[in-house]
Design a protein around this ligand. Structure first.
Ligand code: FMN
Length: 176
């Protein structure tokens, strides 16, 4: 059985992006989905001096190994001030010091959601532009605006966005 990791680019305990990633994962039938949480991979703030003094933390190696050993990635990015959350950027920076091709060519469903009307489009643009340099194979991109209006009972409640995600999940599954 194919194995996919699903996680949010957020360390919020009530992350709306984690809720979306979990839902997207639940749509993948016949695939083993491992839900990850950045809170289980707490890392010190990246700095070149800390790296030189203490090396790269084990948790960064662990997360990178989970990517390496997966067949695909579902990632939903939180948007903070138009960019990655600090927690995600920190993990990304640490992992990139181990392996610059951080995503190992794995198929990726890249998503974002936010309470507002842009649905994390700014962070999605940053990730779309950058991740390919780290060997991400972005298969589909999905944005859910107005999370509070469009998501309830652990699923997307708005039919148009829901069918769009279902189509994108199908495309993603076909390349795993
Ligand atoms: C520091 C900070 C900056 C934010 N900046 C943005 C932003 O630029 N665009 C946006 O749509 N939402 C922004 N938000 C709102 C987040 O989208 C919202 O907190 C969302 O729940 C974050 O996703 P998460 O729940 O998965 O962590 C910001 C929130 C915080 C705490």
């Amino acid at each position: 059985m194919k194995k996919v990791i699903a996680f949010a680019g957020s360390n919020s305990k009530s992350s709306i992006n984690k809720q979306l990633a979990v839902y997207a994962g639940s749509l993948l039938e016949g695939v083993e989905v491992n839900i990850l949480d950045l809170n289980d991979f707490e890392l010190p703030l990246f700095g070149v001096d800390l790296e030189a003094e203490k090396g790269i933390p084990e948790k960064a190696h662990e997360f990178l190994d989970l990517i390496k050993n997966s067949d695909g990635i579902i990632l939903s990015l939180a948007e903070h001030n138009g960019a990655y959350s600090t927690a995600f950027k920190n993990l990304f920076d640490w992992m990139s010091r181990i392996e610059s091709k951080t995503f190992f060519g794995k198929p990726m469903l890249l998503m974002a959601t936010s309470p507002g009307g842009r649905g994390g489009k700014s962070v999605l643009e940053i990730a779309r532009g950058r991740f390919p340099f780290h060997n991400a194979q972005i298969v589909e991109v999905f944005s859910l605006p107005f999370f509070g209006d469009h998501f309830s009972d652990n699923k997307i409640s708005e039919a148009g966005f829901n069918s769009d995600l279902i189509k994108k999940i199908e495309t993603f599954k076909n390349v795993l």
